[in-house]
Design a protein around this ligand. Sequence first.
Ligand code: HEM
Ligand code: HEM
Length: 121
Amino acid sequence: MLANRFVRLSVIYALIGMSLGIAMAISGNHDETPTHAHINLLGYVSMMLYGLFHKAHPKAAEGKLPAVHFWLSNISMVGIGIGLFLTFGGMPEAEPLAAVSALAMLASMAMFAVIVFRATK
Ligand code: HEM
Ligand code: HEM
């Protein structure tokens, strides 16, 4: 079920994002703050909201678009996470991965906007 898949992945992102926060707090090196912030906010918070929206509107998960949104948002999340982690870890060559993934994430949000508007007519 789409809603459960979003909710399950969101708590995985929370565990990764929080672990990075703890690692930054322990090391005193906060270079990865944007990575930490966006794994938590795009990964945990946004994916949880997608999942809870689908719980509230079960019919919104019907059709191809919601499945494409699920995959595109999660592939983008992995690309953003890895791209930002490497970039802020001292590998600026990884920035294009973060940039392309961020644009893909924006595209996935446009899909979610269509899903929300359809479901709330
Ligand atoms: C175990 C849990 C967490 C720890 C140990 C932690 C730790 C940290 C640390 C060390 C920073 C850098 C602070 C700085 O340099 O100014 C930070 C920033 C941040 N964290 Fe967390 N964090 C945790 C959970 C979360 C969660 C759950 C969210 C969001 C849902 C979050 C959102 C943010 C944001 C947005 C920033 C950037 C704040 C800014 O720009 O000033 N964090 N966190
Ligand atoms: C594709 C989507 C997104 C892109 C490309 C993006 C990009 C950025 C950029 C360039 C910064 C400045 C980072 C810096 O100063 O080093 C930033 C900061 C921030 N963004 Fe985003 N963002 C996105 C999505 C979001 C979302 C969905 C949220 C909240 C739900 C969010 C919350 C924040 C917060 C709290 C900060 C300040 C924390 C920090 O200093 O890293 N962003 N974002």
